[in-house]
Design a protein around this ligand. Structure first.
Ligand code: ADP
Length: 500
């Protein structure tokens, strides 16, 4: 299959979150399965031109205001994909739209005012790129709102031109798939931007753009793509109900015959205790001595007593509302204070995000001897926390997939999670009577549920150690490899191509 990934991010070139990891990891796995995969992203300022190859010739892109002349295309091979079937990455260069610091915004302008133009231009340029390369994909796979207009252009510009026998391309057989990584971000802008897209206003009103008088880019994509999916089966179900649907639950119910969930994989070359270079000693389920050493190192790193008998609860998280930080660290009502006050445990956190929360965490850590935190982003320490902790806490409000609970499971660290999204697909709740399960789950997101469930885990630590040790080993047998998930994407592409 010829597959074109359309995304605003892809590691190692541009990353603000998990989307970047997923696009590259999935592409590499699809290439390993023998498919021809190309990725297209914008060339942001942060991606130096020197390491890229220019594809000669300017590229005009028809937009509402006329032809955008000033764009060019650069290319590079995805690192680590080998010579035989490399994943090719293409960078759309446009000085006015992408010649600035920041991907979606800057510290001063958190969401660039011209983002609807920047990303609709990018989506339209994708088709010009195919023309330039004389390469037409079987599957156009778009990710999240910045790429969501690509399936719209396929449907309303390219297919319409094919039908009218007025196309200088060859998109007759191309189908589209749109993946939702986080429904909380939709690309909603003033409808004055719509003229620039160069699509008729009938498309605005009849094909999903219109959203209470505004223009919603993700919603338009959800109407237009041939197949839709999100990054876990449970999140796919949840998003069809109002409480998790971010006002798009109706659209997703309407498209439910074409909407599925496919669990993300994890990078098992990087997140694997048997090969992890960030931890003091590697380990496997057969010999957990490296895990005990990691616990000591973690306690030392955070300035806690090096005591193997006390359970360590780790957290690595963005400090935002999505992650339940209000219920955990909210002043006066958050559960962190009472958890640390009442229970014989050590709580460790690595994270950054909202200022109030960073401040509150600092204040708590200064008053509690068994709570230590580091504010910031640190890959090294995040590995040490996964390896050295006994439990990993994720009280998420919603979680499209979640990676940390998967890392925890394969590192023999028991997740304590809210029963939501991808956490439901990956963690099995502990059963005291039988000892079965791989973690501890709760339903309501409130401080007392977090308190009680952490309490339950700590109780099991002190009173059911045989269960805890068996759960660890059970978790470590999980296969969250990308190979498995990539095959499911191939099935989805086949369905879109009507081969299934
Ligand atoms: P989300 O993408 O919603 O933040 P995920 O669990 O899917 O949540 O993925 C988060 C990823 O970012 C994980 O790999 C996690 O370890 C990493 N991460 C988050 N915050 C930090 C931090 N402060 N330092 C290091 N890694 C972090």
């Amino acid at each position: 299959m010829k597959i074109l990934m359309v995304s605003s991010e892809a590691v190692p070139f541009a990353k603000t979150g998990g989307l970047a990891d997923m696009v590259s990891a999935l592409s590499i796995s699809l290439a390993k399965l023998g498919h021809e995969v190309k990725i297209v992203i914008p060339r942001y300022y942060s991606i130096g031109r020197d390491a890229l190859k220019l594809i000669p010739g300017a590229m005009g892109t028809p937009m509402g205001g006329g032809i955008e002349e000033w764009s060019a295309v650069f290319t590079a091979d995805m690192p680590g994909t080998g010579k035989k079937n490399p994943v090719k990455v293409y960078f759309i260069d446009h000085e006015i739209f992408f010649g600035r610091d920041g991907i979606y915004g800057s510290p001063i302008e958190t969401d660039f005012m011209d983002n609807p133009r920047r990303f609709s231009f990018f989506c339209r340029a994708v088709f010009q790129l195919c023309r330039k390369l004389n390469w037409y994909p079987d599957v156009l796979h778009a990710h999240d709102w910045p790429a969501a207009i690509a399936p719209v252009y396929l449907k309303f510009a390219e297919r319409a031109a094919e039908r009218a026998k007025d196309s200088d391309g060859d998109f007759k057989k191309t189908v589209s798939v749109l993946t939702i990584h986080n429904l909380g971000y939709q690309g909603i802008y003033h409808k004055d931007n719509f003229d620039y897209l160069g699509l008729g206003w009938d498309v605005f009103y009849n094909s999903g753009f219109e959203d209470w008088g505004m223009m919603n880019m993700l919603k338009a994509g959800l109407y237009s793509a041939d197949k839709l999916n999100t990054v876990s089966p449970h999140y796919a179900e949840e998003t069809k109900i109002q409480v998790h649907g971010f006002r798009l639950d109706g659209v997703l119910r309407y498209r439910s015959a074409d909407y599925t969930g496919i669990l993300n994989g994890i990078d098992s070359g990087l997140w694997n205790p048997a090969v992890d270079t960030y931890i003091p000693q590697t380990y496997t389920a057969k010999d957990l001595s490296g895990k005990a050493i990691a616990k000591q190192a973690l306690q030392k790193e955070f300035g806690l007593p090096q005591d193997a008998t006390v359970p360590v609860i780790g957290m690595v998280t963005r400090l935002t509302d999505q992650k339940g930080v209000g219920e955990m660290f909210g002043p006066t009502y958050g559960s962190a204070w009472s958890i640390c006050r009442d229970m014989n445990l050590q709580l460790i956190l690595l994270g950054s995000g909202e200022h109030w929360c960073e401040h509150e965490i600092g204040s708590l850590a200064s008053r509690l001897s068994n709570f230590k935190a580091k504010i910031g982003y640190n890959e090294n320490i995040s590995h040490l926390i996964e390896a050295g902790s006994d439990f990993f806490l994720m009280p998420s409000r919603y979680e499209p997939c979640g990676l940390n609970q998967m890392y925890s499971l394969v590192y023999g660290t028991l997740p304590i999670v809210r029963r939501t999204g991808g956490l439901v697909d990956t963690v099995e709740n502990y059963n005291e009577a039988t000892g079965s399960g791989t973690g501890f789950m709760f339903d309501e997101l409130d401080p007392s549920s977090i308190y009680n469930t952490v309490g339950w885990a700590v109780w099991a630590w002190y009173n059911r150690r045989d269960h805890i040790e068996a759960m660890r080993l059970r978790g470590m047998t999980h296969d969250f490899s990308w190979e498995k998930s990539a095959k499911k994407y191939v099935d989805l592409y086949d369905e879109a191509l009507n081969r299934k």
